[in-house]
Design a protein around this ligand. Sequence first.
Ligand SMILES: Cc1cc2nc3c(=O)[nH]c(=O)nc-3n(C[C@H](O)[C@H](O)[C@H](O)COP(=O)(O)OP(=O)(O)OC[C@H]3O[C@@H](n4cnc5c(N)ncnc54)[C@H](O)[C@@H]3O)c2cc1C
Length: 387
Amino acid sequence: MYTDESKILETVQNISSTVVAEDAEATDRLARWPERSLRSFQKEGLGGLTVPVEYGGLGQGTKTLAKVCEIIGQSCTSTAICYGMHAVGSAVIASKATDYQQEKYLTPICEGRHLTSIALNETGSGSQFYLPQTRMQYHSESEYNINGAKSFVLNGGKADSYIISAVAEGSHTPGEQFNCFMINADAAGIQWGERWKGIGLRGDSSRDLFLDSVKIPDKNILGQFGDQIWYVFNVITPYFLTAMAGSYLGIARAAINEVTHHIKNREFSFNGRALASSSVIQYQLGALWAKYARSRALVYYATECYDMDQDNALIDLFAAKAEVADATIEIVNEAITLCGGYAYQEKSILDLLLRDARAAHVMTPTADILRVWTGRSILEQPLLADT
Ligand SMILES: Cc1cc2nc3c(=O)[nH]c(=O)nc-3n(C[C@H](O)[C@H](O)[C@H](O)COP(=O)(O)OP(=O)(O)OC[C@H]3O[C@@H](n4cnc5c(N)ncnc54)[C@H](O)[C@@H]3O)c2cc1C
């Protein structure tokens, strides 16, 4: 077990520049879930990255998660997002784990035997991922019945458990209370839809999940009954924004690496000069780097504030994720311009990075929503005012 950040990052770097990089092209081309890469992280003790040391994990917070996802994202965004989602889920379970949940989920997660994921999103509420229409009804003394459908579930059909959200209904439960709970992959009544065929993130195994009278024991409920909003804004959102921001920073860095490599090697035969000697190109590359470094600094600052439990850390996390989303899309776009026709071809590295980067504006909380939340937080207005 190693809890030193530099050792963790070194291990992540080793796996990312070998296994993850080797599988990246096939992950995209075949839309294949990056199993070998994810198992490599688990095998090297990285399954419990965000689980506290007292539960057997590596005890890392959001800042390390951002760095880890950035390293993986430089080799393969699908892998970074799949690993990131597992790390977010692990942090969510750990935040108020009972003895049962510790033994059932956190121990195998830390031992590299269990992958988890999060299924909050539903077609009916879209970007308002915190407003599920899935219902949980009292079934017996210690059991609930779950009915509903989740969409875009990452690691769908591949993880060992899923964190689900639902609203309680019926006379035996405090009605209209939102809850989060664990569902095991082998629970009766679960059905998976087709894989979502995205233009990017093609290895992430995003699928619809149908829940037809799925029984869950009450010990699978996370925290107290009615705690969903606490989970959403205290753990899920901060860790999720961080994992996404880190993965997108990885894309931005990979695009800068690619453009640098191209510029260094592009020579014109008519005058024997290298593209790298043009001061316009040098200036543009410098501007791309500044954009990347600026948004990375904001992510590190915001995650540090969150890890230190500072007031208002969430405002900076909202702002950081929105800035990274914009910066990454702009950087990849500009990188294509700088690389010219070479980049503007099917199956170029920048083609893949552009398809992956576009998810930064699509996956909720989107940049638009995050900026609204940032403004509302500054104005001390209710975050969910228009729901
Ligand atoms: C590849 C992929 C993987 C995903 N993985 C997961 C996962 O593992 N788990 C999970 O729970 N979810 C996941 N999601 C779901 C995702 O996070 C979003 O919830 C979903 O994409 C947004 O819903 P929608 O597509 O229906 O967009 P819509 O809700 O229809 O939104 C369309 C546009 O309107 C804007 N909009 C909507 N409402 C508002 C508002 N109130 N204010 C301002 N703007 C608004 C949005 O920003 C967006 O630009 C995934 C999505 C994708 C694409």
